[in-house]
Design a binder for this molecule. Sequence first.
Ligand SMILES: *Cc1c(COP(=O)(O)O)cnc(C)c1O
Length: 589
Amino acid sequence: MRFDNLPRLASLDCAGNNRLAAYFSMEIAVSPAIPTYSGGLGVLAGDTLRAAADMGLPLAAVTLAHRLGYFRQHLDANGVQTGESQPWSPESILAPEEPIVTVTIEGRPVAIKAWRYDLEGVTGYTIPIYFLDTRLEQNDPRDQILTDHLYGGDSDYRLRQEAVLGMGGIRILDALDYHPKVYHMNEGHAALLTIALLEQQLHGAPLGSATEEDLDAVRELCVFTTHTPVPAGHDRFSAEQANRILGMERAPLLERVGAFHDGLLNMTYLALRFSRFVNGVAMQHGIVSREMFPEYSIEAITNGVHAVTWTSPSFQATFDRHLPRWRQDNLALRYAIDIPEAEIKEAHLESKRALIAAVKDRSGIELLPEIFTIGFARRAATYKRSDLLFTDPERLVRCAHEFGGLQILYSGKAHPADEPGKAMIRHVIELAKQLDSDVLKIIYLENYEWNLAALLTGGVDLWLNTPKRPYEASGTSGMKAALNGVPSLSILDGWWIEGWIEGVTGWAIADHDEDAGEATSLYEHLEQVILPLYYHQPDQWRRIMRSTIALNGSYFNTQRMLEQYVQNSYFPESLVQSPAATLEHSLAK
Ligand SMILES: *Cc1c(COP(=O)(O)O)cnc(C)c1O
C-alpha cells in the first residue's frame, strides 16, 4: 500500500514540503553503522520509519545526532561491564541542511543545525530523518556537547537535550518549510515539542496569554505513544530545573497545563495533556497505562518489527521463492504455511551456521549445529530476569545430560548507571563458568547491537523471555525470532499475550507469584515438551517453526503496525475528507 496514492490522505496535502506526519524520537536505529540508539525504543523507531518508507507514507522524522553514540560494551572474564563511547561523524554519512535555528536553554541561545539521512523504502521512496546537532562554534562549550551522548550525563543534561529535540525539532521543521498535520511523540522525551507548537500558535505573544483554544489547537496536532509500564520509568524533573533550564516563562505554562505531577515536571503528563490520541504498545500495556493514567483515554497499537530487516538472508531467499510479494506486502507471510518443511529446515540450518560462525569469531568457542540452542538477549534490566533460567542450576545440567546437549547464548547491555543490571550480567557469567561442560555451553556475548540481534534471533532454536509481569510493555525481539521460524518460550506479558498459541507459535511460562514457581514452569516446558519435540520429533518441530512464521511473522511487523497508526492515530476518518468528497473535489477542478 502506498499512502501517497490514497485520495483520503492526498486531501490533506499542503504547500511546501508536503509531509503530513512528523515523527520525533530520542533514538532512531537507522543503520548498523550509526550508533544513535540504545535498544528496543530506537530499533522500533527505525523499523517504523522503514515501514513508512516502504509504504510511501509522507513523513519526516527528527532525532539527535548523538555524536558519541550510546556505548560499546566490554565484559571482562568476571562479567564486569565497562563502556567506551562510539564516535561517528555525521559529516561523512549525512547531508547538511542550511537552516540554523535557535532555542533558549538555561538563558543561553543554543544554535541547532540538522543533518539529513534519506531512508529508502522497498519501492525507492525516501523518508528524511533529521539528526539535530549543537556542535557549532557559536554555541557555549556547555551547549556544544548537548547532542553527544544518548542517555548520558545527569538529569540537567537530559532536560536540555529534550529541549533541543522537542523545541529545536519543531523550529527546524518550520525552517525547512514543513507543515505537518500530525506530530507523533515516540515516548515522552519529545514532549517539549508541544511547547514549541504553542509558541508558534501564539505568533510571538507571551505564553501566559495562551487561551484554551490555543491549547486545543496544539492538541489537535499531537499524538503520543507511551512505552513504559511503571511510573518510575517516566522522565521527571524538578520545578527548579524547569525554571532554570526551560525559563521563567515556560515553567508556569507547564504548571498550568498540568504537566507537574507530585511536584515534578513529568514529560508523560505533558505529552498526555497535549495529545488527541494516546496509545500503549501492546493490548496489555494499554490496560496497564489506563490504570496508571485513569483520567486519560489510552488506546493500544501493538508493536511490530520491520520484516525484511529482521529476516535472515536464508529465509529472505526462501520467502522470495515462495512468496514473491512479501517485501511489499508482509501479509503474504501468512502463506508461509505452504512452504515445504525441508526448506524451512535448510533455511534455519544456514542461519544457525552463520550464528555459530559469529560466536566462534567473538568467543573462540565452537558450538554444534545439531544441539538445541536457546537465545536470551535484551537490555540487562533486573525486571528482565536473565538469571531466571539458573534458579535451579542442577536441574538445567540434568536436562542437558538427559537430552544430549544444550547451548545457551546470552547478550545485553546494562545502562552504565544501572548497578543491579550490571550485577545480573556478572551473575549470569559466573554461573556460565561454573556450569560449563561438554553437554552444557553457556556463552555471554558482549556488545549486543543490531547485527548481533539479527544473528541471534535468526540462528537459535528457541527465544526465551522471562520478564517480571507487568513490566514488559511489549518486547520485540521475539517478533524478530518469529520471522525466522524461531518459537518463543516466554512469560505471558507484553506482545506474547497476543502472539502465544501453545504448541503452535511457542509456549507460555505459567504465572506464579514467586520467581521459583515460574522457573519450575520453565524447566517443565523444556524437559517435558520442548526438548523431546526438538530431539525426537523433528518434523513436528518444523511445523511449529512454520506456523510461527505464518501466524506471528505476518502480523507482528511494522507494516501492520503503521497501518494501524495511520488509520487510528494519525488520520482517523474524523479528521479527513471522505474519499468520495475528495474525488468530487478533484473532478471539479
Ligand atoms: C530488538 C532489539 C532490542 C529490543 O528487544 P526486546 O525484546 O524488546 O527487549 C534491543 N536491542 C537490540 C539491539 C535489538 O535489536
